[in-house]
Structures are given as C-alpha cells and as structure tokens.
Design a protein around this ligand. Sequence first.
Ligand SMILES: Cc1cc2nc3c(=O)[nH]c(=O)nc-3n(C[C@H](O)[C@H](O)[C@H](O)COP(=O)(O)OP(=O)(O)OC[C@H]3O[C@@H](n4cnc5c(N)ncnc54)[C@H](O)[C@@H]3O)c2cc1C
Length: 548
Amino acid sequence: MAAKPAILAVDDDAPVLRAVERDLRGRYASEYRVIGAGSGNEALETVRELTRRGDPVALLVVDQRMPVMSGIELLRETLTLQPAAKRVLLTAYADTDVAIRAINDIGLDHYILKPWDPPEERLYPILDDLLSDWLAAFRPAFEGLRLLAGRWAPRGHAIRDFLTRNQVPYTWLDPTEGDGARIAESLEGGADAAAPVVLLPDGGVLRDPSNRDVADAVGLSTHPALPFYDLVIVGAGPAGLAAAVYGASEGLKTLLVEREAPGGQAGTTSRIENYLGFPAGLTGADLARRALAQARRLGAEILSSQDAAGILRADPYRTIVLGDGAELSCQAAVVATGVSYRRLEVPGADALSGAGVYYGAATTEALLYRDAEVGVIGSGNSAGQAAVHLARFASRVHVLVRGTGLAESMSAYLVEQIGALENVEVHTEASVAAVHGGDHLERATVDTRTGTVELPMAAAFVFIGQQPRTAWLEGVVARDDRGFVLTGTDVANGHGWNLDREPGLLEASMPGVFVAGDVRHRSIKRIASAVGEGAMAVALVHGYLAEL
Ligand SMILES: Cc1cc2nc3c(=O)[nH]c(=O)nc-3n(C[C@H](O)[C@H](O)[C@H](O)COP(=O)(O)OP(=O)(O)OC[C@H]3O[C@@H](n4cnc5c(N)ncnc54)[C@H](O)[C@@H]3O)c2cc1C
C-alpha cells in the first residue's frame, strides 16, 4: 500500500514542536503522516529521504527563527526536492516583513503568527485550504483514470489539458516505455502512440476519444437537466462563474455552458498574484475549483464540453442553440466567452501544435519538460507567469520578446522575479521565424537585432495576444471591428435597438442578452473586473426580468 503523504513540522524549540505536532496530528493523522524535525538540517535530510523513496510531502510547517538554517532557507532547499508541497512559515510578529518577502522569493503559500491558539480559528482553516489545493493537484500512481498516449501526440496533449483543467485526476503513461508499454501490450489490438487510449477505473476503454466522449465517461454533465432556465450563461471563465454564483444564489434557475473547462483563461494561469483576498497568490486551477464548487453548492447547473453556436430571439424568451443542435430556452442570457490566444503564424507551427507548440498551457505541460530547454513567446503578464512557473522544472527558459524589454508590457513584480531566476534568459527584439522538429518540437529559428540564431527548444509556450470568441454571434448581436461585443451606450444609437428604454449597462443589441468579461468591447482584461461584471450582469438581469 502507498505511504500516506507527509506533513513535516519543523521547530528547534522542543515544546513548540510538540505543540505543532499535537495540533497537526489531532486533525490530519488519518490522512497524512505527521513527521517532526528539531532542526533545518534534520528536516532537509527527512525530505531528501522521502523524495528518494518517491513519497510525497503535502505540507511543510516551518519555524522561521532557527539557528544554522532559517525556515526560509530550509523551504528554499526543498523547492526542487518536493516542488508541489505547500509551504507555511511560523513567524513572530516582528518577522512579518520577512515572511511577506518570502511569498515572492520562494513561493511561500502562507505565514502563521505564533501562537496560533485556538487552532480551530487560526491554524486549521489555513491548512485545510492548502491541503485541499494540494490534494486537487496530487495524483496517486495507478489509481483512477489512466491515459495512454505518446508524449508528443497532439490529441494526448489535448486530453491531458482537458482532464487537468476539469480537475479530473488521472495518470498519464507513455505506451512506448515502462508500465505504459506493458499496459499497451495487454490491450487487445495494442495501442498506437498517436491515438490516445483512456482506461477507465471500471475497466472500460475509450480509443481515440473526443473530449466530449471523455466528459461523458467521467461523469461530467453534458446534457441539460431542465427544459427551461431563468438564466443561461455561456462561458465558465471568471465572468461566467461569478454570474453563476450570483444568479443561483439569488434564486434564478441558472445553467452555465462551457466548452472546454471551467476557469477559462484564468484557469490556465500558474499563479495569480493580484486577486483580492489571496495575499500569497493562488493558482488558476485552485481559483477555478473553488469558484466551481461555490457555483454548484449554490445550485447552478454546469454543462460541460458543450459550446453555444447561436442565440435566437423568440420574445419574451431567448433560445441558446448548442453545437450539437440542442436548444435551451431561457428568460435571459449572459455571454461570457472571453478571448483566446492568437496562433503563431510561422513555418512549422501548425504541424507542431500540441506536439511542443502550446497555447497558454504552461501549467499542464510544465512537468514534462523537467531539465529541458523551453521557450516562452510573448511579453505580457501571462508570458511572465509561465516563464516563472517553467523555471521550476526546465533547465533553461528562453523568453522571446519583440520589444526592447519586459518592463513595457509586464508588471514590475514579474519583471523582478524573472530577473532573479538564473535559468531564465530574456531575448529582446527577438521574433520566432520558424519552428522545427519531426514528431515534436526540437528547435526554433529566431530573428534578433544582431542576426538569426537557432535555439534548442523542446517546447514553446505561445502568449502573443488574443482575440474574442464571437464568430458564433455574427448577425446576432452588434460587435466592434475586432469582434468584441458592444453593450450599453455603445448600442444605444443604431445597431437595431428599437425599444423605448436605453439598453442596460452590459446589455447587448439583442435585449435580454448581457455581456460580461473580456469578450465585451472596452472591458478591462482582468480577473477581478470579469468577476465584477459577472456579478453586475446578474443584477441587470433582475432589472430586465422585472420589466418583462
Ligand atoms: C496565462 C494568463 C494569465 C493571466 N493572469 C492574470 C492575473 O494574474 N491577474 C488578472 O487579473 N488577470 C490575468 N489574466 C487575465 C484573465 O485571466 C482574464 O481577464 C479573465 O480570465 C477573463 O475572464 P472571462 O470570464 O471574461 O473570459 P475567459 O477567462 O476567457 O473565459 C471564457 C470561457 O468561455 C468559454 N467559451 C468560449 N466560447 C464558448 C462557447 N461558444 N460556448 C461555451 N463556452 C465558450 C471558454 O472555453 C472559456 O472557458 C491572465 C490571462 C492569461 C491567459
């Protein structure tokens, strides 16, 4: 039987160590092994030993003030050994500044001021949250769903991304090596590295399945439960999830339709630093998981792997037409379909898409590129976050920037973090001219101010601007010349608006259709503003319904 994941408590003060161990065991002993260590060196040796044995460490709770090796020094040493472990520092009030700095320097997840009594209020809520985040990303070997796919198979990448972003635990195995090869051999007809096979816990086998097939098999709901809803929301990024939370909590029968995975762009982010209320930042996957759980708890229904293909007006109702032809009737709709990454248009990029060339998928794929050289193309915050995340795994990260520096387009905190990372190299005034490889990306040709260079590159993560996802709204609602949807005063004059009231603030040119988040003309492209607009859209829906 696999060993329980470990929680490590470290303090050089014996009575304090006993108290931490007692409190940790009191709550977590049934699920975790609580191990105590009386010094940084002893703790480091324990982490090394656990890592050698392949045993996961879920959480490190470490005192800052220890002789020889401080808490932060210890946590830094453990970063490469157990990168996924959550890190908590026990500090005195006087060390608060040190702890806040450590959030940036070593990715500290939280700090707790001593004493932490009562633990029910000051210790457990923080650790419960961190452990549930850790657990969501932790995949014990050979339990649950297994994906058999060649490392470079584009469909394999697409299914890995789909499962990860929908928070379905799975184990990925390469059919050409080790256990993967043994399982492939045991399958009737074998397994082809290019055509993924999904092995379900009940023994079922899906060969080269679509995302929709996988969604059906793992129990994600792909068909609506009701014939009619008060509110249908299209797109489950931060804007759509917020609308679902507010709609459902305020008594509207609410359905949320998502074609890929909840969380949208925010769900692909390795670290969100600027969302209010999370001082140590949080991953996009954690934000998406929490928001989804909240929307479900409040009664919203979520339809997965389904895309909206049109909206029909049948006053006073609106009908959302889905990609498979099904129709959903509702009183009002919120469009929150966000934006998607622009494609890299250079020779080789299309052929290698999903086989080394990835669009905004740095979190799903990062682990596969341990000790490899990778590229990040782009200079915005999303590129910066990806570079910082990848630097934890890759041997070298080449950041390719068209401009003369990062500061023009990236937040200062990220520029600072990148500057401090020895394995990140920023190439300015550089643009990719071509990418090369056989069945996977191997190198890139890069034009720079001083000439053309060839860079070894096992993966290129592309973050080069975005476009709205509104082709499906052509002829349905008015859009600007880039495709963003017009709302409020921008549709008031013309655009077919003929009611004797002004359109609501977030209302599109079709009455009863509201727009929230990045997809809206002139919106602020931030998580907080998308969440705010999702909440506002529901308030406007109430006003609209009251006047029907
Ligand atoms: C890598 C990265 C890092 C970022 N980091 C930060 C950050 O640190 N802080 C910050 O404030 N902002 C950040 N942003 C920006 C932020 O993520 C976006 O502003 C925010 O996600 C917009 O939310 P949204 O709900 O409007 O759209 P999106 O997040 O784009 O979500 C739209 C959703 O709609 C779905 N969809 C699209 N079309 C359809 C359809 N026809 N039918 C059904 N579903 C559909 C999509 O699959 C998607 O899930 C980052 C963005 C990226 C890409």
